[in-house]
Design a protein around this ligand. Structure first.
Ligand SMILES: Nc1nc2c(ncn2[C@@H]2O[C@H](COP(=O)(O)OP(=O)(O)OP(=O)(O)O)[C@@H](O)[C@H]2O)c(=O)[nH]1
Length: 392
C-alpha cells in the first residue's frame, strides 16, 4: 500500500544516521584480508541472531474497556500483513547461508560483508551511536548490554548488528504499541495536551478524519481560547476532516467551552469529543489549574471523563520529549502518547527511551503534515526503520 511505503521511506530517511553509523562501526574494525578471513573461519563461525526476526503480528485492534462495545479501528491499518512480511517469511535468502571457504575468500556471499569481533570498544561505539540517536543513556546501555549477552568475541556483520538491535528495540516497544482504546461511553472524551507547536491541532484533525472515516460522529472543542490563531487553525483542520469545531470568544474560560462542548456532544449523540488545550508551560501553575478545571467541569456531565488524556510530543525535540512527559504527568493524568514529526528527524530513538522509561501507550505516530499522515505504531516496522534494517 502506498501509505505504508511512504511511512517506511520517511522513517528510513530519518534513521540514515544510525544506519550509516552502524555500518561505519563494523567496517572500522573489520579485517579485510583473506588470511584473516581464513583464520576467522577456523576459530569462530559467523554470528547469526539466535532467533530469526519475529514474524510480524497484525497491528492490535483498539483495546476496548471490559464493558466496551466493539468499535472500528480508529487508525486504519496502513498495510496488510502480506505487505509487511519481512525476509523471515519469504523464500530462503541465498546470502544468509554460510558460503564455502572459496566463496568467502573470493569475496562472495555474506563473507563479503565486513565483520568485526564484538568487544568492549565496539560496544562503547554502539552506545555512543544510540545516545546520539536520542535513545538516552540508560536505554542505550541496556540495549547494548542485552545485545552483547553471549556474543562477546563473536564476529558480526553490520546487517547482523542491525538485526540484533532491531530485535532489542522491538522487544522494548512491543508492550507500548496500543491504538487509542475505544470505550462504550458516548461521548468518549479525549483531552489533548502538549506544548505549543508539538502538533496537537494537526493530530486532532488527523484523528478526527480517521474516526469519521470509521463511521464515528466526532466533535472538536477549541480549548486554547487565548490564541485566536490556534482556534483558526483548528477550524481549518475541522473543515478538512468534515467535523464541527466548537469555539468560544477569544480569552474566554476554556472550561466553560469544554462544558458547552460536552453538552452539545451529548445532545447530538456524538461518539467522540476531542478537546484541544493550551500548551503554555511558561506558567505551569496556571496551566495546571486550567486543565484541572476543564476536567472538573466535564465530570459534572460524566464523572468518568476524560476517558483519554493524550499527550502529543514532537519527535524533533529529542530528549526534551522525556522531560515533557514528566511535566505533563504532573499537570494531567496522561493516558497515552502520540509522537509527531517522525518524518525527517534523526531523533526517532527518543521513542525507545520513552517506552523504556515511562511505558505509556504509543497510540499513533505523525509522519507528515497531511491529513492521512498519522499511522498506528508498529514496533517491528519502527525498529527496522530506525536501525536501517532492510526488510523485504
Ligand atoms: N513534518 C511534520 N510536521 C508536522 C507533523 N505534525 C504536525 N506538524 C507541523 O507542526 C507544526 C505545528 O503543528 P500544530 O498542530 O499547529 O501544533 P500545536 O501543538 O497545535 O501548536 P499550537 O497551535 O501552537 O498550540 C505545523 O506546521 C504542522 O504542520 C508531522 O507528523 N510531521
Amino acid at each position: 500500500m502506498a501509505f505504508f511505503s511512504k511511512l517506511k521511506e520517511r522513517l528510513f530517511k530519518s534513521s540514515s544516521k544510525l544506519e550509516q553509523g552502524l555500518d561505519a562501526i563494523v567496517e572500522e574494525g573489520a579485517e579485510d584480508s583473506a588470511a584473516e578471513a581464513v583464520e576467522a573461519l577456523a576459530d569462530a563461525p559467523a554470528v547469526t541472531p539466535e532467533q530469526p526476526a519475529p514474524a510480524p503480528v497484525p497491528q492490535p485492534v483498539p483495546q476496548p474497556d471490559p464493558e466496551a462495545e466493539p468499535a472500528p479501528e480508529p487508525a486504519p491499518q496502513p498495510a496488510s500483513a502480506a505487505e509487511t512480511a519481512p525476509a523471515a517469511e519469504s523464500a530462503p535468502e541465498p546470502e544468509k547461508k554460510a558460503p564455502g571457504l572459496l566463496g568467502r575468500l573470493m569475496g562472495r556471499g555474506s563473507a563479503a560483508e565486513p565483520r568485526r569481533a564484538l568487544d568492549d570498544d565496539m560496544l562503547e561505539q554502539l552506545e555512543e551511536l544510540l545516545i546520539a540517536a536520542d535513545m538516552g543513556v540508560d536505554t542505550a546501555l541496556r540495549v547494548t548490554a542485552n545485545l552483547a549477552e553471549g556474543r562477546m568475541g563473536k564476529r558480526v556483520s553490520s546487517r547482523e548488528i542491525k538485526e540484533l538491535l532491531a530485535q532489542e528495540i522491538a522487544r522494548i516497544m512491543e508492550p507500548v504499541a496500543k491504538p487509542l482504546p475505544i470505550y462504550a461511553k458516548r461521548p468518549q472524551v479525549v483531552l489533548v495536551v502538549g506544548v505549543n507547536g508539538s502538533g496537537k491541532t494537526t493530530t486532532i484533525g488527523k484523528l478526527a478524519s480517521q474516526f469519521k472515516g470509521a463511521g464515528k460522529k466526532v466533535v472538536i472543542a477549541a480549548g486554547d481560547t487565548f490564541r485566536a490563531a490556534a482556534v483558526e487553525q483548528l477550524q481549518v483542520w475541522g473543515d478538512r476532516a468534515g467535523v464541527p469545531v466548537l469555539t468560544a470568544p477569544e480569552g474566554s474560560d476554556p472550561a466553560s467551552l469544554a462544558f458547552d462542548a460536552m453538552t452539545k456532544a451529548q445532545e447530538e449523540g456524538a461518539d467522540l469529543l476531542m478537546i484541544d488545550t493550551a500548551g503554555r508551560l511558561q506558567n505551569r501553575a496556571d496551566l495546571m489549574e486550567e486543565l484541572s478545571k476543564i476536567v472538573r467541569v466535564i465530570r459534572k456531565k460524566d464523572e468518568t471523563a476524560p476517558h483519554n488524556t493524550l499527550l502529543v510530543l514532537d519527535a524533533t525535540t529529542g530528549q526534551n520529549a522525556l522531560s515533557q512527559v514528566g511535566t505533563f504527568q504532573k499537570l494531567a493524568d496522561v493516558s497515552g502518547l502520540v509522537m509527531t514529526k517522525l518524518d525527517g528527524t534523526a531523533k526517532g530513538g527518543v521513542l525507545v527511551a520513552l517506552a523504556d522509561k515511562f511505558g505509556l501507550p504509543i497510540h499513533a505516530i505523525g509522519v507528515g503534515e497531511q491529513i492521512d499522515d498519522l499511522a498506528p505504531f508498529d514496533p517491528e516496522d519502527f525498529a527496522a526503520a530506525l536501525t536501517g534494517l532492510e526488510t523485504r
